[in-house]
Design a protein around this ligand. Structure first.
Ligand code: V47
Length: 371
């Protein structure tokens, strides 16, 4: 049906050919991905991405019950896009000890959360055992919880500091109770752009090595991409291509999460922000291009509930979680939701009203309950 709409349309012949390829489930090249960014309209992208998504997930949209813990915003790095980082002693800095974080975990006890997402600044002195003991302590309080923790940048720093190999460090954290690795720190892989927006932190290859090693150690992970700053479309395609190549080898990525650059209170504030149309186009091309990453997540606190709902017609099948007002990283950068929190009733109603089936999932995308 959609295929015949395309073949009878007045689309450019190149776009018509490319559309047929997507409908046939064939992988598109980097050049074709770039062509979509440059030439395809929102309507066509929605149609194609929705088709790809429906083949994978039907009408299901996933969410989970989760909360965040942000151990510290003290960071040895100073990324240009970051609104959250503080130096030790600077106004607005925090640095929680294990018992303070245990108290946060305790406050979520009995509320039904299945996942805690732990990430923060790269602290100069907390070591791998501090983070390991944190994970262990949280599991004592919430025994069944899945701990998705520490970006590749935090992991690289703590593991190198301990003088360990990535494999030994990740295995040690797994023994402490780490279950999976979140997608943070990927930013944009292109070396020239990365050097302009986050020159100090681990480079692209290190990010990929951490994730590849995590996958080999039996820890699945997510991948992110920070877009809408100084990168060009070709850099987004290059970024997704490196993720697609690694996924062909390891199959360890669960979800891809495009993160829209938010411009409040950081050193790239003068750039402003891209439109929600650009967000939707970016989701759609991500879904079409990343044919081997099962899930595409719209992180609703960042883009707001409304764009998140629209994204469900542009390839997105996952809305992250209930969050329970537990994260500050994005609100400090001017994110759409300043105190992000949704009850299960709210999130399922939003999903259902958009014409989809809400499905609560665990962190590995096993279905818990359809609503
Ligand atoms: O790596 C920081 C981004 C990321 C800004 O794995 C910003 O399920 C926009 O990775 N504007 C960390 N983005 C968060 C992250 C994440 C979020 C949700 C789910 C998952 C997951 C992972 O936040 C950083 C950086 O790319 N970020 N500052 C900003 N001003």
């Amino acid at each position: 049906m959609n295929d015949s709409i395309i073949s009878q349309s007045s689309l450019l012949p190149e776009l018509r050919q490319l559309s047929s390829k997507v409908f046939d489930g064939k992988r598109i090249s980097q050049e074709e991905g770039l062509y979509l960014f440059e030439k395809a309209g929102l309507g066509l992208l929605g149609l194609l991405a929705d088709q790809v998504n429906k083949k994978l997930h039907g009408n299901k949209v996933y969410f989970n019950r989760n909360f965040h813990i942000e151990p510290t915003n003290i960071c040895v790095f100073n990324c240009h896009f970051c609104s959250y980082r503080r130096k030790p002693g600077e106004e607005g800095c925090w640095d929680l000890d294990i018992e303070q974080m245990a108290a946060i975990a305790q406050s979520h006890s009995g509320k039904g959360a299945t996942e805690v997402h732990i990430t923060g600044g790269v602290h100069p002195s907390h070591d791998i055992h501090f983070y390991g003991q944190l994970v262990q302590r949280i599991k004592e309080i919430l025994p069944g919880i899945h701990i998705k923790a520490f970006s590749a940048i935090e992991l690289d720093y703590m593991i190198k500091k301990a003088g360990m190999t990535l494999m030994d460090g990740l295995k040690l954290l797994k023994e402490y109770g780490l279950d999976s690795v979140p997608g943070g720190g990927a930013e944009i892989f292109d070396e020239e752009i990365r050097n302009k927006v986050c020159d100090e932190k681990s480079n692209a290859q290190t990010w990929l090595d951490v994730h590849s090693t995590a996958h080999k150690a039996g820890l699945s992970s997510n991948a992110t991409m920070l877009y809408g700053h100084i990168e060009k479309y070709k850099h987004r395609i290059d970024h997704m291509s490196r993720i697609r190549d690694l996924q062909d080898i390891t199959h360890g990525f669960n979800a891809f999460i495009p993160l829209k650059f938010k411009s409040v209170n950081n050193r790239l504030s003068n750039i402003g922000e891209v439109t929600s149309v650009e967000d939707l186009r970016n989701y759609a091309i991500s879904r079409i291009f990343l044919d081997n990453v099962p899930h595409l997540k719209a992180y609703w606190p960042m883009i707001g509930k409304e764009t998140a709902i629209f994204s469900l017609s542009f390839g997105v099948d996952d809305l992250d979680g209930t969050i329970d007002d537990s994260t500050k990283i994005y609100s400090m950068a001017g994110a759409a939701e300043s105190n992000p929190s949704m009850t299960v009733d709210e999130i399922t109603t939003l999903i259902r009203n958009s014409g989809h089936i809400p499905v609560e999932r665990d962190s590995l995308y096993r279905e818990i309950r359809a609503y």
